[in-house]
Each structure stands twice: as C-alpha cells, then as structure tokens.
Ligand binder design. Structure first.
Ligand code: ADP
Ligand code: 5GP
Length: 188
C-alpha cells in the first residue's frame, strides 16, 4: 500500500451522508491528496460521472479478487465494491471513500490509517439527500436501514466523527484534521 511516510485517509459513513461530495472538494483544494478510484459491479446512476468508479462485470471483479488485486473489497447491498491496490504518485496522501466494512479491513491492515467517519445531521436529512440524488425509494429504504448497522461500528473504529451539516464547514473541518494529522506524523 502507500509508501511508509504517506498518509492514508479513509472517509466512511452511511450512504447519502455526503462522502463523495466532501472528498471531491477536499481533493480539489489539497494537491497533496490522491483519490483512489474504486471498482464496482453496480450500474452507473443517471447523471453520475463515468469515472466515478471503474464499472465492471461481476466476472471481472471476481477475476481481480482471484488475482489479489484488491486492498479490500465487500458486498454492499448486493453489489461488489473494492479498492484496487493503491499506487499513489510519490509524496501524495491516499484518500479512500469506502463503507464501514472496508474501513475496518483497511484499519486492520494499516493501524496508522486515519479514519474519518461522517454522520448526517439526522436520518430525515439523510433520506432527503438520498432522494435528492435520485435514488429510487427501495434503495433509499435499504440504505437507511443499513445505516443503523453501520453507524455504531463506524463510530467505534473512527479516529474522528464529523457531522456533515453545512457542507463548507465539514470540508474545512476535515481539511484541518488532515493538516493536523500530517504534522503529528512528521513530528513522531
Ligand atoms: P455519499 O457519497 O455519502 O453516498 P453523496 O456525496 O452522493 O453521498 O451525497 C448525497 C447527496 O447529498 C448529494 O446530492 C449531495 O449533493 C448532497 N449533499 C452532500 N453534502 C450535503 C450537505 N452538507 N448539505 C446538503 N446536501 C448535501
Ligand atoms: P454507492 O453505490 O452509493 O456509490 O456506494 C455504496 C457504498 O459503497 C458507499 O458507502 C461507498 O462509500 C462504498 N464504497 C465505494 N467504493 C468502495 C470500495 O472500494 N470499497 C468499499 N468497501 N466500499 C466502497
């Protein structure tokens, strides 16, 4: 995985909390961050960027599991998602935007990974965000139910828990945490 001195930042949290939106902004304002692109077997959403994931068939995904090509992978609500073995440019810090099971796997592989767990201000707001993103009703319900399982685990393993209420404040807060953790690691 990433070289010895670089930081691995794991951004996790329930579906619809705003992880992708936050990470996109963090990466845009901090040139030292390198975002890993995950693989998934799920279909591309309408309006979703073609490079949001590497969209693959189940067979392609399984072949990459067999080839030990993933740092971590999981089955999330019937689709596979996985982080390919990271290869960040020299000097860059890696950002993984993944769900809780994957975050646990990364933490057990790399104790010094920084886990930022993002929570919604309320379940109602999370629901509104999922609907606003265009998720169909059935998917919204599944993701809300899944959030009830994910949150206690995420909170227990997180280095920091952040509530994504106002987007800009969240991005500021997470940027400050990353800056602080970089200093801590250089100092130790
Ligand atoms: P996730 O990656 O966690 O599943 P997304 O980044 O896709 O979530 O965000 C879900 C929806 O919520 C998107 O439509 C996004 O624009 C919106 N969103 C994200 N953060 C906020 C926020 N702080 N306030 C309001 N809407 C937000
Ligand atoms: P979505 O379908 O909403 O894009 O993603 C569903 C969940 O899978 C989200 O919580 C997202 O963070 C997570 N996810 C995305 N990529 C990966 C990955 O590579 N590994 C794991 N474990 N989860 C991922």
């Amino acid at each position: 995985m990433a070289n010895a001195t670089s930081l691995v930042v794991v951004v996790s949290g329930p579906g619809g909390v705003g992880k992708s939106t936050i990470v996109e902004k963090l990466v845009a304002r901090d040139a030292q961050l390198w975002l890993s692109r995950s693989w998934t077997t799920r279909e591309k959403r309408q309006g979703e960027a073609a490079d949001a994931y590497k969209f693959v068939s189940r067979e392609e995904f399984e072949a990459n599991i067999a080839a030990d090509g993933f740092l971590e992978w999981t089955d999330f609500l019937g689709n596979f998602y996985g982080t390919p073995l990271p290869n960040p440019p020299q000097g860059k810090d890696t950002v993984l935007e993944i769900e809780v099971d994957g975050a646990q796997q990364v933490k057990s592989l790399n104790q010094s990974a920084l886990l930022l767990f993002v929570l919604p201000p309320s379940r109602q707001e999370q629901k509104a965000r999922l609907h606003g993103r265009g998720d169909p009703d059935q998917k919204v319900e599944k993701r809300l139910k899944k959030a009830e399982e994910e949150e206690p685990v995420g909170k227990a393993i997180a280095d920091y828990v952040i509530i994504n209420d106002d987007l800009e404040s969240t991005v500021e807060e997470m940027g400050r945490i990353i800056a602080y953790e970089r200093i801590q690691r250089t100092a130790s």
